[in-house]
Design a protein around this ligand. Structure first.
Ligand SMILES: NC(=O)c1ccc[n+]([C@@H]2O[C@H](COP(=O)([O-])OP(=O)(O)OC[C@H]3O[C@@H](n4cnc5c(N)ncnc54)[C@H](O)[C@@H]3O)[C@@H](O)[C@H]2O)c1
Length: 350
């Protein structure tokens, strides 16, 4: 697959370029960023552009868009118009309307839209999904999901936390991966009920904490929290409780805990996975090594999606849109004190 990267000189864009270069089924055919100097510095010999029309004139099959969310929509729309498949970073857009337009453009063009929820590929979280699907922990009763970090000190740019660019706070940032994780495990999120607070950082329109109950059409529910004042540092956690056990996935560090019983309350078999190889790799190369591996796995699935393979782990356009809709719904629930019902997205193609 011939792939171009927009936002190629950024922190994540550089990692995306690296994964394309190391994927045997992919070829880096062009890069684009805001200045020629930046684009060329990280092009690895591929043609470098600053103008979208010149970049899109390069023969290619797909584009990876690693820009901030608030500039993403025209880039996605132009890529679909040019007949390309698109893999974009999260959040799909900084507005619900923008996310809907991006998804609709992908559907109209008949092209694939991948939403960059790469945490689905973190081994601790893929393990949770696989255990849940295997039936080992019995009938699934409920889910607990958490994502948090210390908030504003984590950000290098205003666009990462100011709501006019980011869409909002913790829900749109660290939390959006875990919103997607909830949907990935539950099937769909069709009701959102909760409270968003803004007492710590006081950035207008950007919640510090979001505490919610998500419900799926099946009735399965998840408790959820996204936080910008987790003073212990970056942490994501998923727990799934079933009638015959539970499974937990945590990052960082990467870890799983599993309890399996033959019946509710029966004798327990407990096991833990600690991923020492990942701990050592992160010690030597930082968290980026884990992220790059997840981007590589995601890219392989994106290529599979375009090839028409089914049952892949990759997040599609529905996932990208629903995560944004959930983030926008929670402040509404906070204001009204009522749950927000969300239409089931169905089998939209993009
Ligand atoms: N999945 C993850 O693990 C993860 C982690 C961090 C960030 N992200 C997401 O990745 C995206 C980029 O974040 P980042 O930290 O790499 O930011 P960054 O600022 O380091 O990189 C963004 C790049 O996009 C370029 N850019 C901006 N507007 C552009 C335009 N109109 N055309 C072409 N290039 C443009 C910038 O010059 C920059 O090189 C964001 O959406 C962010 O939310 C994802």
């Amino acid at each position: 697959m011939r792939i171009g990267v927009i936002g190629s000189a950024g922190k994540i864009g550089q990692m995306r370029v690296a994964t394309i270069l190391s994927e045997p089924k992919a070829e880096l055919v062009g890069v684009m960023d805001v200045s020629r100097e930046m684009a060329e510095r990280h092009s690895h010999g591929a043609p470098a552009f600053t103008a979208l029309d010149e970049f899109l004139a390069v023969p290619m099959d797909a584009v990876v868009i690693s820009t901030p969310a608030h500039v993403r929509e025209p880039l996605c729309l132009a890529a679909f118009k040019a007949g390309l498949h698109v893999l974009t970073e999260k959040p799909l857009s900084n507005t619900v309307e923008g996310a809907r337009r991006i998804r609709a453009a992908g559907c109209a063009a008949g092209k694939q839209l991948g939403a960059g929820f790469n945490m689905r590929y973190y081994p601790a979280f893929s393990y949770v999904k696989d255990v849940m699907d295997s039936g080992q922990i019995g009938e699934i009763d409920h889910i607990r999901i958490y994502g948090g970090h210390e908030g504003l000190g984590k950000f290098a740019h205003d666009w990462e936390y100011q709501s006019k660019f980011s869409g909002g706070g913790a829900l749109w940032d660290v939390g959006i991966h875990m919103t997607d994780m909830a949907r990935h495990l539950m099937g769909e999120i069709s009701r959102v009920y909760g409270v968003a607070t803004n007492k710590v950082w006081k950035v207008e329109g950007s919640e510090d904490n979001a505490m919610a109950v998500f419900t799926a059409p099946s009735g399965l529910s998840a408790t959820y929290q996204a936080s910008w004042n987790d003073w212990n540092g970056y942490k994501s956690m998923v727990e799934v409780y079933g009638s015959k056990g539970m499974v937990r996935g945590v990052y960082a560090p990467m870890r799983n805990d599993l309890i399996v019983m033959d019946r509710p309350g029966g004798a327990q078999r407990r096991s833990t996975k600690r991923y020492l190889d990942i701990a050592v790799r992160e010690k030597l190369k930082s968290w980026k090594a884990t992220a790059v591996q997840s981007f590589a796995d995601e890219l392989a699935d994106f290529i599979g999606l375009v090839e028409g393979r089914k049952g892949l782990r990759i997040a599609d356009g529905d996932a990208g849109l629903r995560a944004v809709e959930v983030a926008a719904a929670l402040p509404v629930s906070t204001r009204t004190g009522q749950p927000v019902e969300l239409e089931i997205l169905g089998a939209g193609r993009a």
